[in-house]
Design a binder for this molecule. Structure first.
Ligand code: ZN
Length: 305
């Protein structure tokens, strides 16, 4: 399976470097929406998360809430939408047969309706929370049914099947190869999941919004910027579960680091690292016998705050 790492929505949130750290240059903070496009042998194209969609960028109101537009300042660039990137890679919308979603927040679910042929796989608890718009004012702002209420074919799941490296998981997603699994990481929302994928070179885990900043996964001294710490606190629905899951992810990284590549949805440095790792691996596959040197070795150390 070939995996493309895409940014399907740039946000420049209020707070500047208090959000993404003082070591990322001048100018506004920059958060990405890290999505995956997976080319499978028998299941067509699979998207993991969808970022912002065509209608979000063309006419954001009322699809997006005024509050989150002001706070997160999405840049609304049509070329960044998943649909336009799928087309640039030479495919059509109808080639995307499946969407696996970490959770239904507006910055992950916006592109769902751009792929009307796709089955949307979601943890059942998450779809229920999103339909109820659970969580008061935050719930009404984060869950935007206009993004996914027109003819979307949802497939919901409960936990079941084999564990994934000690985590509860959902295996055997309908119509998808066993190399793709959902791994519930509750806390940010009621039914938030990571998505595990076994591609060439080993497992990767798209951890969604289980954490936001690369240094939160530092196994020796985890840290987060004040802005992103505040944002995660504001958005959480279960603090102890969220923090416990972050700790379990660090443990997984400490024990299985070389085998499993872990990244979250919004860190621009992680996205860049994943993209260069993928292109180095691709070049090496095209020239067998050549030794692969991970670009991570040369990645800038993240200082955090
Ligand atoms: Zn998010």
């Amino acid at each position: 399976m070939k995996v493309h790492h895409l940014n399907c929505g740039t946000m420049c949130p209020v707070g500047g470097r208090l959000m993404d750290g003082p070591d990322r240059g001048s100018g506004p903070a920059r958060l990405v929406c890290h999505c995956l496009l997976i080319e499978t042998d028998r299941s067509g194209l699979v998207l993991v998360d969808t970022g912002l969609g065509i209608q979000d960028v063309r006419s954001p109101r009322p699809r997006l809430s005024r509050f989150f537009m002001t706070l997160n300042r999405p840049q609304l660039i049509e070329e960044e939408t998943a649909l336009r990137q799928v087309e640039r890679l030479g495919f059509r919308a109808g080639d995307v047969r499946h969407i696996v979603i970490t959770h239904l927040d507006f910055d992950h679910a916006g592109g769902i309706e751009d792929f009307p042929q796709a089955m949307v796989h979601v943890y059942g608890t998450e779809l229920a929370a999103a339909r109820e718009r659970r969580g008061g004012m935050t719930g009404r702002g984060r869950y935007r049914p206009l993004q996914w209420d027109q003819g979307v074919h949802f497939q919901t799941y409960e936990v079941g099947g084999d564990a994934w490296f000690g985590f509860q998981s959902v295996r055997n997603l309908q119509g998808l190869p066993p190399e793709i699994a959902m791994v519930p990481l509750i806390g940010h929302t009621w039914g938030h999941c990571g998505i595990a994928i076994r591609a060439e070179g080993g497992w990767m885990l798209h951890a969604g919004d289980a954490y936001f900043y690369i240094s939160e996964m530092d196994t020796a001294s985890p840290r987060c910027t004040p802005g992103l710490r505040f944002y995660q606190w504001m958005m959480e629905v279960d603090r102890s579960a969220r923090l416990a899951n972050q700790e379990r992810l660090r443990l997984l990284k400490r024990e299985r680091g070389p085998e499993i590549r872990i990244f979250c949805a919004h860190d621009a440095v992680e996205l860049q690292g994943a993209q260069s790792h993928a292109s180095v691996a691709e070049r090496a596959a095209a020239r067998p016998g050549q030794r692969v040197i991970s670009p991570e070795a040369g990645m800038p150390a993240s200082r955090g705050l």
